[in-house]
Design a protein around this ligand. Structure first.
Ligand code: G3H
Ligand code: 13P
Ligand code: NA
Ligand code: ZN
Length: 308
């Protein structure tokens, strides 16, 4: 069935590995991810953004994920990614999601607490778990000096107060990652000291790393070789993800790497087979590319193979 992340986070924290939370938008993406998790016997979180709900329509994604559960026999967490207000969280909870994120990170501390608390109260009354976010993810231009860093990165003492006062189940933190394919201008750098402090102060709170794609050069290269234009893309090195998992990060959010893998496969196929116009012929390889990417993450980066 659809399950919450409570037990899987406990196990991950103890075992110092992380669970991949993969963004889903259509059937092929869901199938590729679930096939990989099944082969690896890995716990799995599928997450749906507001944009994904709008693209596919809520009922389609819900039914596709239910089909994946039925077909694979796996227990899967169905999570709302970056819920921006109480209403979307409530809609997903009422829809049968087992986990929601309320992202109040753009609000002042007290407003973030009040909003998060309201979602936690409703979610917990329905047996659903909640992720919140404190601190803001750096954009490529952000956090260039110490005072800006202090203003955007998660403050460890505030994190303790936030968790205590909201009763939230997991916490997304800002330590230098950002969304998308352009995460760093120069050398990639994350604030592991800060992460360690937060983990020591909140030993029982599963931490979440957003913006955790690696932007693997071979996939950027493949996109560019077959007509794409994505220059200067750079993500979080795999070693840093492994390090974060050792330091208390239990959930690693990945979307960009799936997009790159899928796009590289479609571009390559269409360039190499100009006369083919059956969508199954290019969406099949796209699904395989998603599966390969997810299997690589689970096995070689997150360490969640054989943890069911
Ligand atoms: O955090 C953002 C995720 O990559 C989802 O992106 O809002 O375009 O679906 P999206
Ligand atoms: P990436 O853009 O690094 O894949 O991050 C995805 C994410 O954080 C979704 O919430
Ligand atoms: Na999320
Ligand atoms: Zn995110």
């Amino acid at each position: 069935p659809l399950i919450t992340s409570t037990q899987m986070f406990k196990d991950a924290k103890k075992g110092k590995y992380a669970i991949g939370a993969f963004n889903v938008n259509n059937m092929e993406i869901i199938q590729g991810i679930v096939e990989a998790a099944k082969e690896e016997q890995s716990p799995l979180i599928l997450q749906v953004s507001a944009g994904a709900r709008k693209y596919a329509s809520p009922v389609y994604l819900k039914k596709l994920v239910e089909a994946a559960v039925e077909d694979s026999g796996l227990d899967i967490v169905l999570h709302l990614d970056h819920g921006e207000d109480f209403e979307i969280c409530k809609a997903c909870i009422d829809d049968g999601f087992t986990s929601v994120m309320i992202d109040g990170s753009k609000y002042p501390f007290e407003e973030n607490i009040a909003l998060t608390k309201k979602v936690v109260e409703y979610a917990h009354s329905k047996g659903v778990v909640v992720e919140a976010e404190l601190g803001r993810l750096a954009g490529i231009e952000d956090a260039v000096n110490v005072s800006e860093k202090e203003a955007t990165f998660t403050d460890p003492d505030q994190a303790v107060e936030f968790v205590e006062r909201t009763g939230v189940d997991s916490l997304a933190i800002a330590i230098g990652t950002s969304h998308g394919a352009y995460k760093f201008k120069g050398e990639p750098r994350l604030d592991f000291e800060r992460l360690e402090k937060i983990t020591n102060l909140l030993p029982n709170t599963p931490l979440v790393l957003h913006g955790a794609s690696t932007v693997l050069p071979e996939f950027v290269k493949a996109c560019n070789e077959y007509g794409g234009e994505i220059p200067g893309a750079q993500g979080v090195p795999e070693d840093m993800i492994r390090q974060a998992a050792k330091l208390g990060v239990c959930k690693v959010n990945i979307d960009t790497d799936l997009r790159l893998a899928m796009t590289a496969a479609v571009r390559k196929f269409l360039v190499e087979n100009p006369s083919v116009f059956d969508p199954r012929k290019y969406l099949g390889p796209a699904r395989e590319a998603i599966k390969g990417m997810v299997q690589h993450k689970i096995k070689n980066v997150l360490g969640s193979s054989n943890k069911l």
